[in-house]
Design a protein around this ligand. Structure first.
Ligand SMILES: [Zn+2]
Length: 395
């Protein structure tokens, strides 16, 4: 068995040392479950007394249970430790401009309960609604110990939990973290949705070993880009790294909610495809503005103009992916969004356009995620996991 698979920063204080021991123990229990205390000491390299202290605390907090697995049949052998996926709960929130989804999940990202509601217009109304939902979920599942809340959102959040850039959400800069923590009574981790998706893919995706550099692209109202470089999320100054969606392709292009014109997301996002469909050169669209899902349906039923708008979007997606592959050379690019539902038709256009714009040495693989896995919500689960377990290597 390998020893702990963690990125560990050097420690100077005993508090940090305890935190590191805790992470090592949690990861070893996760990777080698079920495991005895003696075996945990051997695998983790931790001293037995450190193991005893950390494990007792983890049991008390609800992360770990001891002795539940075939206890009767073990005939005097030591009891085994395992993660308590039924008891250790994580509140995961997927905040999107139109709709918010809240799920109560175990550490395996399986949901005990899930609900959705239209996203309120203001951050204050959002926080009130969230607090009500969280309180109701905790009442309904009293045995679950909530270890924290992860929120994936369409914007950038600085180190203090302040929303610094969320053009598609249309909320002003607001210090969301303390508002939510006070209202819900739980520690909260806020993160850009694309970053959360990248982390979720790292935790739960099935990829070959050795992936260290990953880009996650959320394609929806806008385009978000999450960067995992050397196994760590890249935030950059003011937490603004990854705004490829607002890289200018044409300074005279269509206006963007960020205040500029001709940003990449104005060509390659869902709303770009819808806008092209509605205002296209041969447009005869009457009635209301269709949703992106309508466009996918129209195209599947032979609407040539819907197909053209989607193919244009796919070509522009491919351009952007090529630029990212050229600039960053990630091992993997993961695409998240409604567009993946039509990947059998649009994927080849994306990849062909990417190929044509890439350098010959490009080895970046592109994978479309399965929407059924709810990548943004799963990403929110992984935000809390990362707090407790550290960043895992992809295995
Ligand atoms: Zn923009």
């Amino acid at each position: 068995m390998r020893k702990s698979e963690l990125t560990i920063t050097p420690v100077a204080t005993s508090k940090n040392a305890r935190q590191v021991h805790r992470r090592i123990a949690l990861n070893c229990i996760r990777l080698h479950t079920p495991i005895s205390r003696a075996e945990l000491a051997r695998v983790s390299g931790l001293h037995r007394s450190a193991v005893a202290a950390v494990v007792d605390k983890l049991i008390e907090e609800g992360w770990v249970s001891e002795g539940a697995v075939n206890d009767q049949a073990r005939n005097g052998k030591p009891p085994l430790l395992s993660l308590d996926v039924e008891r250790a709960g994580i509140l995961a929130v997927e905040l999107r401009p139109e709709i918010t989804t809240v799920g109560l999940a175990g550490v395996d990202a399986r949901y005990v309960e899930q609900t959705s509601w239209p996203t309120p217009q203001t951050p204050e109304a959002f926080v009130r609604r969230l607090a009500r939902t969280v309180a109701a979920m905790r009442r309904a599942h009293p045995r679950v110990v909530c270890e924290g809340m992860g929120i994936s959102l369409p914007g950038r959040v600085d180190h203090d939990g302040r929303l610094v850039f969320a053009p598609n959400l249309r909320w002003r800069d607001v210090n969301l973290s303390p508002l939510i923590e006070t209202a819900c009574g739980l520690p909260v981790v806020l993160e850009n949705a694309a970053n959360a998706c990248a982390l979720g893919e790292f935790w739960f995706g099935r990829h070959p070993e050795g992936i260290r550099h990953m880009v996650a692209i959320t394609v929806s109202e806008g385009i978000g880009v999450g960067l995992l470089i050397n196994g760590e999320l890249l935030h950059g100054g003011q937490a603004m790294a990854g705004e490829f969606g607002h890289v200018t392709l044409d300074e005279d292009g269509p206006p963007c909610p960020c205040g500029k014109r001709g940003c990449w997301e104005r060509y390659a996002s869902n709303s770009a495809a819808v806008q092209h469909y509605v205002h296209g050169p041969s447009s005869e669209a009457g009635g209301g503005i269709p949703r992106f899902e309508d466009l996918l349906r129209f195209a599947a039923h032979g609407d040539g103009r819907a197909r053209q708008s989607l193919e244009r979007m796919a070509r522009y997606l491919g351009f952007g992916l090529a630029n990212m592959a050229t600039a960053l050379a990630p091992d993997l690019i993961v695409v998240i969004g409604e567009v993946t539902a039509a990947w059998d038709r649009l994927g080849p256009i994306v990849l062909d356009s990417m190929q044509r714009q890439s350098l010959p040495h490009m080895t970046t693989r592109v994978v479309a995620t399965d929407a059924a896995a709810q990548p943004r919500l799963r990403g929110a689960v992984s935000l809390v996991l990362q707090r407790h377990f550290g960043t895992p290597h992809v295995a």
